[in-house]
Design a protein around this ligand. Structure first.
Ligand code: NOJ
Length: 590
């Protein structure tokens, strides 16, 4: 167990609209979330990250906040929030809420006041308003394009000025050169910290500061959110000054609370700057979201994250899916092979040092819903590109909880997006206690991780062309990304006992105190061991699977770190938070 919970936690993303609906209006709510906390506790997660639930016209599914201190009535009220938080805490689960500081909703009182006020007024200074050039009345102030498609500028209803919105026109960008904006967000932080939240996920954490003068971007001004392009509105150095003023605030509060950045940068190195000791605690690493399912791509992403975060003493984060990207089962080809790959990737992530994020429904093996009809879609991307970009609704379809019933137990009043008919089979009810189900795989994998937290990472010899193996100090994880089985003889500790490969069962079917080892294959049986991990001496690692054995490294780095036998050098040796590069290419955790 690390000194700080957030260095090796498993954090589960709840997307409130689609998790569980207690009031039967077809949209999820806080009471629905509260009712499913026991499910999350049984899954074994350490914390929840909750996407926005604030008062909002829902033009961007709640990332358009009209009042940062109110709960949207669709989701409940502040009492519901307090009850949900209390239930989560009683179950030993922390709660991180989403903070959206780059923009407000156009329904926010500030924006409404700005529209009612004159150009040049203090009200308009809270946003980015610019005059219309009478000689070129239809030409926006610069060439920036909205991330959701179309120009990033819209004229005020009176037509006398333009205002900037990097996202939907209903999401005007705040002007972070204005001290009032700073004061307001510090007060919002305190409002939620006082209520007891364990931290904040910062939306578009790289976007608040814009380059002076708002210069044109290169090219045609189109920038993708999910990409690595440099732009005058993303990843400006000035944004770090904001976080330096936030960090002391969160540290005033007890309970080891954290900031998590959603920061798209053009390199892992730039991303790590958000994680300097006086800034944020974690930043999502999206490299594996972008990586194809191949050993070489995964290894490159892993090495880069470890190396860059080591430089600032921050934990790595590992993410495969979230509410903005296609679910990884589908990204990896869908069907049985896609699911097998998804499980293998999950097993691999859970074996890495650092923090793992799980997006709701991935523990059920849900696929992306690709065939939603246009009339049910809500993502502004779909509308702003005239349907050219399908948008993100397909990963936001409400969860199936039961085999039968309206919306498979999501609620009693249907679901805001239709669920595929075959989701009965992947409902939590259908998978609960079913050997080989994705849910049982996740439960078992999380349980194994709890007892085998990584203490470092040492790459071992590749067992095949599209396969790799590493020792994390407590486990050896072999992952086969290829089409042929690879031998695993010789990896991991020998002769430790446990069940022989091939014994099937579930975590709950295992002997008390035992733990599970399994190939992370779609539909494949779980293997339950009653003792320490056995060496699968003659068992190959099948295609699209990950395999665990006991570590063969007796964790030398702990001793080395303490005694500093040349293990860390330079700044790393002087700063206890900074990681060192160990001998033999080993990376160690602080
Ligand atoms: C990132 C969020 O994850 C996404 O859902 C949202 O649309 C944009 N930021 C704008 O807030």
């Amino acid at each position: 167990m690390s000194e700080h919970w957030w260095r090796d936690a498993v954090i589960y993303q709840v997307y409130p609209r689609s998790f569980a609906d207690a009031n039967g209006d077809g949209m999820g709510d806080l009471e629905g979330i509260r009712s499913r906390i026991p499910y999350l506790a049984e899954l074994g997660v350490d914390a929840i990250w909750l996407s926005p639930f604030y008062a909002s016209p829902q033009k961007d599914a709640g990332y358009d906040v009209a009042d940062y201190r109110k709960i949207d009535p669709r989701f409940g009220d502040l009492d519901d929030f307090d009850r949900m938080l209390e239930t989560a805490h009683s179950a030993g689960i922390r709660l991180i809420v989403d903070l959206v500081p780059n923009h407000t909703s156009s329904d926010h009182a500030w924006f409404q006041a700005a529209l009612a006020a004159a150009p040049g007024s203090p009200e308009r200074e809270r946003y980015h308003f610019r005059d219309v050039d009478p000689a070129a009345a239809d030409t926006p102030p610069n060439n920036w394009q909205s991330i959701f498609g179309g120009p990033a500028w819209t004229k005020t209803p009176g037509g006398e000025q333009w205002y900037l919105h990097l996202f939907d026109s209903s999401q005007p960008d705040l002007n972070w050169d204005n001290p009032e904006v700073h004061q307001e967000f510090k007060a919002i932080l305190r409002f939620w910290l006082d209520r007891g939240v364990d931290g904040f996920r910062i939306d578009v954490a790289h976007g608040m500061v814009k380059a002076p003068g708002l210069p044109d971007t290169g090219g045609d001004g189109t920038i993708e959110m999910i990409g690595t392009t440099q732009a005058p509105f993303f990843d400006q150095d000035g944004v770090h000054d904001i976080y330096r003023t936030w960090r002391p605030i969160i540290e005033e509060y007890e309970g080891d609370r954290i900031f998590v950045a959603e920061a798209w940068t053009d390199s892992a190195e730039r991303r790590s700057l958000y994680l300097r000791p006086d800034e944020l605690h974690q930043a999502f690493n999206f490299d594996l979201v972008l990586a194809p399912f191949h050993a070489v791509d995964f290894r490159k992403a892993i090495d880069s994250e470890i190396a860059n975060n080591a430089g600032v003493g921050a934990p790595c984060t590992w993410v495969l899916s979230n509410h903005d990207v296609q679910r990884h089962v589908t990204r990896y080809g869908g069907g049985e092979a896609g699911l097998a790959r998804a499980k293998a990737a999950t097993q691999l992530l859970l074996s890495l040092p650092g923090v793992v994020y799980v997006y709701q429904g991935e523990e059920l093996g849900l696929n992306e819903v690709l065939d939603l009809p246009a009339e049910v879609r809500e993502d502004p991307t779909f509308f702003r590109t005239n349907g050219e970009q399908i948008g993100r609704d397909g990963c936001r379809v409400p969860l199936p909880w039961t085999r039968e019933g309206t919306s498979f137990g999501f609620g009693t009043g249907g679901s805001w997006l239709p669920q595929p008919a075959d989701w009965a089979a992947v409902s939590a009810e259908a998978e609960d206690g079913t050997p080989g189900s994705t849910l049982e795989f996740y439960r078992a994998a999380l349980a194994v991780r709890k007892g085998h937290k990584a203490t470092g990472l040492t790459w071992l010899a590749d067992p095949g062309d599209d396969a790799f193996a590493f020792d994390n100090g407590t486990l050896v994880c072999v992952t086969n990304f290829g089409d042929e089985p690879v031998p695993v003889t010789g990896y991991g500790t020998e002769g430790l006992g446990g069940s022989p490969p091939g014994v099937t069962g579930t975590r709950r079917g295992g002997a008390p105190g035992g733990f599970t080892m399994y190939p992370a294959q779609g539909g494949g049986p779980g293997r339950v061991g009653a003792g320490p991990l056995a060496t699968p001496r003659n068992t190959p690692c099948e295609p699209n699977s990950a395999f665990l054995t006991g570590s063969s490294i007796s964790c030398p780095h702990d001793r080395e770190l303490r005694s500093d036998h040349g293990h860390r050098q330079g700044a790393a040796a002087r700063d206890p938070r900074i990681l060192g590069t160990a001998r033999r290419g080993r990376r160690c955790l602080p």
